[in-house]
Design a protein around this ligand. Structure first.
Ligand code: AR6
Length: 181
């Protein structure tokens, strides 16, 4: 497990399931525009949260790439779910800016809501096809940059499904953190 404290915010990377993070205030969903169940992260989150989550989401949809919206967590062991629509790689442009906007917007919502901890999956790197290393650099870069202005959020966790993605995120976090010294 890699952990770095940057601008007073602890950023850590773990291997696991985003729907099993009971010690964080909010988990982030790699959503679809309609904020429906779907597969991957969205499937895991909606299955664990139960049908009340889709119901709460309905009036908030559709969302655009780069956007984030916050709901309750229903049967998940968290206070909130923050739903982000990542860019579909090769279709939604500017892809890097839209992906960074997901992380920034999610952190702003959490911070505005007085939350202390947020767990992210690797948005857009599954069904949406974003190359893993490029996405990790954008994601960690956006979190480190946001950390400077966060008032309430003090803990950001990246939850990676696969070991190779964990190792990638740990390496990129170390590189980016070294660049900030
Ligand atoms: N916990 C943590 N990470 C996971 C989990 C999990 N339970 N399941 C998958 N991953 P994806 P996207 C990883 O496809 O690319 C959905 O169908 C996975 O290995 O969930 O943003 C929605 O409905 C990958 O690295 O999100 C949308 O239509 C990463 O999480 C669309 O997919 C993201 O994979 C969103 O696509």
């Amino acid at each position: 497990m890699a952990e770095r404290v940057l601008h007073g915010v602890t950023i850590e990377c773990v291997q696991g399931n985003i729907a099993s993070q009971p010690d964080v205030d909010a988990v982030v969903n790699a959503a679809n525009a309609a904020l429906r169940m779907g597969g991957g992260v969205a499937g895991a989150i909606h299955r664990a949260a139960g049908p009340g989550l889709e119901e709460e989401c309905r009036p908030l949809a559709p969302i655009r790439p780069g956007e984030a919206v916050m709901t309750g967590a229903h049967r998940l062991p968290n206070r909130h779910v923050i739903h982000c629509l990542g860019p579909v790689y090769g279709r939604d442009e500017p892809a890097a800016e839209l992906l960074a906007s997901c992380y920034r917007s999610a952190l702003d919502l959490a911070d505005g809501g007085g939350l202390r901890s947020v767990a992210f999956p690797a948005i857009s790197t599954g069904a949406f096809g974003y190359p893993a290393e490029q996405a990790a650099r954008i994601a960690l870069g956006a979190v480190i940059e946001s950390a400077q202005r966060l008032q309430s959020v003090r803990h950001v966790r990246f939850v990676l499904f696969q070991k190779s993605d964990l190792l990638l995120h740990e390496r990129v976090l170390e590189e980016l953190a070294a660049g900030k010294k």
